[in-house]
Design a protein around this ligand. Structure first.
Ligand SMILES: NC(=O)c1ccc[n+]([C@@H]2O[C@H](COP(=O)([O-])OP(=O)(O)OC[C@H]3O[C@@H](n4cnc5c(N)ncnc54)[C@H](O)[C@@H]3O)[C@@H](O)[C@H]2O)c1
Length: 357
């Protein structure tokens, strides 16, 4: 049986590992809470299963603890920040606090954030802005390993480059579109591979560019590639993420052969907008309401239970996992315990913390 953990207890175990890596208590808590929240929302690919990778990055010097963003440009509504290879969970928070403050003051903020270690779920950052009534749009690239093929290409050339759009909605939880531009997130391939599962057709190619349903081709050599979502259209958005998140931020684009480095750096362009400043006639809220009511009167197509909007699946999973706990596959949990021992945290200690003992 796979273990099931209560969120707070699991966060305490992760917190212990991050602290053992040298992080101050605030940073360790931010990292642990952010990863556990990703699991709670159903995105196990961006949850506590990332910890072994973070520990390896830390030990090889690709991830720096207790860093703060450095301001490269500060020109009212334009901000250019460098994340100094620091934990994305801490750097992302401070960067978004700056962008949100600018958007509230001036009506908008265009921020680039370069060279930050893994930002986790990009939706986390949009949620911060949306919680304050702001719209938040994010294009990010990934400097780690090439895992995604060009539309029409037979090998991997770039990362899973996420796109996120958060929009506050009147009288209900926000629209939160938060997605990899690959047909499936890389971490979901890792989770499927750890579980020994096959994946749906149309997501992957093998090392010779042929279609495959074996997630190993995205995880262990000989590597194939994940395909972009939506053919040439998703491929186009993935490239926009590379150009805006990577080139424009100055964090860099992916143009390397296979790398053995474990660090995962992100570059991100964030555009934060105060809708109340653009919306002179006050129609943003009422038109959003009219559209959503119209949309939800759509009959449900065969094979579907109901019509959802982006953000709702995660909120449903959160409600369920908050009640029932977070299931982790045994391979992932064993890898987390092993990562702890690399930082001299005993397995027994982690087991006890995670079980709430
Ligand atoms: N930091 C990084 O380097 C990085 C890289 C890639 C992805 N990510 C993150 O990975 C996470 C997972 O991405 P993903 O592409 O696997 O997500 P996904 O495919 O599970 O969901 C994508 C979006 O579709 C929405 N959605 C899902 N089912 C729906 C339905 N039936 N109707 C309407 N909307 C629906 C979701 O709410 C979500 O906004 C995201 O949080 C993303 O930011 C991060």
């Amino acid at each position: 049986m796979d273990p099931v953990f209560q969120p707070q207890a699991l966060a305490r175990a992760i917190d212990a590992i991050v602290r053992a890596g040298g992080s101050e208590p605030r940073e360790a808590r931010l990292v642990a809470d952010n990863l556990v929240l990703a699991n709670l929302l159903g995105h196990d690919s961006h949850g506590v299963g990332m910890i072994p990778r973070y520990v390896s990055a830390l030990l090889e010097g690709g991830l720096s603890v207790n860093r703060h963003p450095e301001v490269r440009l500060d020109a009212a509504t334009l901000l250019a920040l460098d994340g100094c290879q620091g934990y994305g969970q801490a750097i992302g928070l401070e960067a978004m606090e700056l962008a949100i403050e600018r958007a509230r003051r001036h009506g908008s903020c265009v921020m680039t954030l370069a060279n930050v270690h893994h930002l986790g779920r990009i939706g986390h950052w949009a949620e911060m802005a949306v919680a304050q009534g702001l719209i938040s749009i994010h294009f990010a690239n990934v400097i780690s390993h090439a895992r995604v093929a060009a539309h029409g290409g037979a090998d991997a050339r770039f990362g899973t480059n996420p796109l996120c759009i958060g929009i506050p909605l009147p009288g209900e939880a926000p629209f939160l579109l938060d997605m990899a531009t690959s047909a499936v997130a890389q971490g979901k391939m890792r989770v499927a591979h750890n579980k020994g599962d096959k994946v749906a057709p149309g997501l992957l190619i093998d090392e010779r560019g042929r279609p495959s349903d074996d997630p190993r081709y995205a995880v262990v050599p000989p590597l194939g590639a994940i395909l972009p979502f939506g053919g040439h259209k998703g491929y186009g958005i993935a490239l926009a993420c590379e150009l805006l998140g990577g080139a424009l931020s100055g964090g860099g684009t992916w143009h390397y052969g296979e790398s053995s480095k474990q660090r995962v750096l992100n570059g991100m362009l964030a555009i934060v907008i105060d809708p109340s400043r653009l919306d002179g006639g006050g129609r943003f809220g009422s038109e959003s309401r009219l559209f959503l009511d119209w949309l939800r009167r759509s009959p449900v197509a065969p094979g579907f239970d109901k019509l959802l909007i982006a953000g709702e699946p995660e909120r449903e999973t959160r409600a369920r996992r908050s009640r029932e706990g977070i299931p982790l596959d045994r391979t992932t949990w064993a890898e987390i315990l092993e990562a702890g021992t690399k930082l001299k945290v005993e397995e027994q200690t982690l087991q006890q913390l995670a079980e709430g003992r």
